[in-house]
Ligand binder design. Structure first.
Ligand code: ARG
Length: 462
C-alpha cells in the first residue's frame, strides 16, 4: 500500500494524498543533493573500510551515486514528491540504477544523522562563499577609504552635525563592522564543521563504524560527541543565521547612510546610474533602490533568526520532524546575504564622492566648537569654563548666521580675551581632523595607516 516508499513495511494503508504533500520537502531540500551524495559516498567508503561492505559493493554504490549526481547536474533527474525528500529520492534512484546492492547504502545510518550532515556540509561551503564576498566588499571599502583619506565631511551624533571627520575614516568604520562579521562567520564555521554521521536515528549504531574515518573523508575537524545531541542540534544553523543577521544589520545601516547621503538635501555622494532606478511618474527622480532593498532584505534575515530560535525552543531530544522547517530560513539567509554582499561591492566601487559639498557641510553646524574649547584648555582654561565660553561664541554666530571660523577675532576675543589669531587654525575643519592623530582617530595620516593595517588583516585572514 505504500509503493515506492522506503519505509513502507510497517504500514497497511497508503499515505493520505494531502498528508503526503504536506510532509514532503523535496521541493526545497533537493538543493542539498550534492552534499547528500558527498555524505553517502563517504559513508559507503567507511562501511567498506570497516568490512561491513565489500570493495565491490562499495564501488557499485559509489558509481551509482556519481551517476545520479551527473543526472541531477544535467537536469535529467525526476524528483518525486511522493518520495518525500532529497535523501529518499536519491536512495530510490540508486536502487533503480544498481539494484539490490543499493539497498545497503542506508546501513548504519538514518535520515536524521544524514540530514544534519548534509546541512553542515552545505553551510560550510556557504560560509566560505560569504567570507569571500565579504572580503571583496571590504577590499572595495579600503580602496575608497584610501582615496578619501583627506576628504573632510561632517561627523554626526543624533544625526546632528557633531565634529568634522574624514570620509575615509567613516568608510573604515564600515570596514570594522564587517571585519567583526567575518570573525563571527569564521567562528561559526568551527562549530559547523563537526560530523553527525554515526549517530544514526538517535542512539548510534551496532555496526563497527569508524566515525573518524568518515570525518576525514568529508573534511570535518571532529565528530559529534553525543548521538542524541548530534541529530537534534541546530545551534550551528542558528548561529549561522545570527551571524548573517548582524551582517545584514550592518549593511542596512550603511544603506541608510547612502540613502541619506544621496538625497539632494545632503548631496554627499552620487550612486552610479547602474545602481539606481527612475520613477515612472517623476522624470527628475533617481532612486537609491539598491541600498533600500538591502535595508529591506535585512528584515528577512532577522525574521529567519527568530523563526529558527522559535523552531527549536520547545523540542525535546532527539530528532523531531519540526527540523525539516529549518531549511528554508537557512537557504534564504545564505542567498540573501550573499547577493547583498555582492551587489554592495559594486555599489561602493562606483560611488561618486562630492568632496566640495562634504567640505562645505563640514564648515556648517559649528562642527569645530569642541576644537575651540580644546584650544582654550591648552591656554589654561578649565574644560567646563571653556565649554561655556564656546557656547557664547556659538550664540554670536547663530545670531548672525555665521560659523565660528567666520567670526572676527574681535568678536571671539569678546567671548574670552585669551583667544588669539592662531585660533583660526583650529576653527578650520582641516585643522580639527589633523589634530586627532592617534590610533583610531580621524586624521588623514591615521586613516592611511588604518587602511594599510586593514589591508594586512585582509591578506592574513585565512
Ligand atoms: N526531511 C527530513 C528533514 O529534513 C529528513 C529527516 C527525516 N527523518 C525522519 N525520521 N522522518 O528533517
Amino acid at each position: 500500500m505504500t509503493k515506492g516508499k522506503l519505509w513502507g513495511g510497517r504500514f497497511g494503508e497508503a499515505t493520505d494524498a494531502l498528508v503526503a504533500s504536506f510532509t514532503a520537502s523535496v521541493d526545497f531540500d533537493r538543493r542539498l543533493y550534492h552534499y547528500d551524495i558527498l555524505g553517502s559516498i563517504a559513508h559507503v567508503r567507511m562501511l567498506a573500510h570497516v568490512g561491513v561492505l565489500t570493495p565491490a559493493e562499495r564501488d557499485q554504490i559509489v558509481q551509482g551515486l556519481e551517476r545520479i549526481e551527473a543526472e541531477i547536474d544535467a537536469g535529467r533527474f525526476d524528483w518525486k514528491s511522493e518520495l518525500e525528500d532529497v535523501h529518499t529520492n536519491i536512495e530510490a534512484r540508486l536502487i533503480e540504477h544498481v539494484g539490490e546492492v543499493g539497498k545497503k547504502l542506508h546501513t548504519a545510518r538514518s535520515r536524521n544523522d544524514q540530514v544534519a550532515t548534509d546541512l553542515r556540509l552545505y553551510l560550510r561551503d556557504g560560509i566560505d562563499a560569504l567570507r569571500d564576498a565579504l572580503k571583496h566588499l571590504q577590499t572595495a571599502i579600503v580602496a575608497r577609504a584610501e582615496s578619501e583619506a583627506d576628504t573632510i565631511m561632517p561627523g554626526f551624533t543624533h544625526l546632528q552635525i557633531a565634529q568634522p571627520v574624514t570620509f575615509g575614516h567613516h568608510l573604515l568604520a564600515w570596514f570594522e563592522m564587517l571585519a567583526r562579521d567575518g570573525e563571527r562567520l569564521r567562528d561559526v564555521r568551527r562549530r559547523v564543521n563537526v560530523l553527525p554521521l554515526g549517530s544514526a536515528a538517535l542512539a548510534g549504531t551496532s555496526y563497527p563504524i569508524d566515525r573518524a574515518y568518515t570525518a576525514k573523508l568529508l573534511g570535518f575537524d571532529d565528530v559529534a560527541r553525543n548521538s542524541l545531541d548530534a541529530v537534534s542540534d541546530r545551534d550551528f544553523a542558528i548561529e549561522f543565521v545570527g551571524a548573517c543577521a548582524v551582517l545584514m544589520m550592518h549593511l542596512s545601516r550603511m544603506s541608510e547612510e547612502l540613502v541619506l547621503w544621496s538625497s539632494p538635501l545632503f548631496g554627499f555622494v552620487e550612486l552610479a546610474d547602474a545602481y539606481c532606478t527612475g520613477s515612472s511618474i517623476m522624470p527628475q527622480k533617481k532612486n537609491p533602490d539598491v541600498p533600500e532593498l538591502v535595508r529591506g532584505k535585512s528584515a528577512r534575515v532577522q525574521g529567519h533568526l527568530v523563526a529558527l530560535l522559535t523552531l527549536m525552543k520547545a523540542q525535546p531530544l532527539a530528532y523531531n520532524r519540526d527540523n525539516q522547517e529549518d531549511k528554508l530560513p537557512v537557504f534564504d539567509t545564505l542567498d540573501t546575504t550573499l547577493i547583498c554582499l555582492r551587489v554592495y561591492a559594486g555599489l561602493v566601487e562606483t560611488l561618486s564622492v562630492r568632496r566640495e559639498r562634504l567640505a562645505q557641510a563640514a564648515g556648517e553646524g559649528y562642527a569645530t566648537a569642541t576644537d575651540l574649547a580644546d584650544y582654550l584648555v591648552r591656554k589654561g582654561v578649565p574644560f567646563r569654563d571653556a565649554h561655556e565660553i564656546v557656547g557664547r561664541a556659538v550664540r554670536v554666530g547663530l545670531a548672525s548666521g555665521r560659523d565660528l571660523a567666520q567670526l572676527a577675532l574681535g568678536e571671539l576675543q569678546a567671548c574670552d580675551k585669551r583667544i588669539a589669531a592662531d585660533v583660526y587654525d583650529v576653527l578650520a575643519p582641516s585643522g580639527s581632523v589633523k589634530a586627532r592623530r592617534h590610533v583610531g582617530g580621524t586624521a588623514p595620516d591615521e586613516v592611511r595607516a588604518a587602511a594599510a593595517q586593514a589591508r594586512r588583516r585582509l591578506a592574513q585572514d585565512g
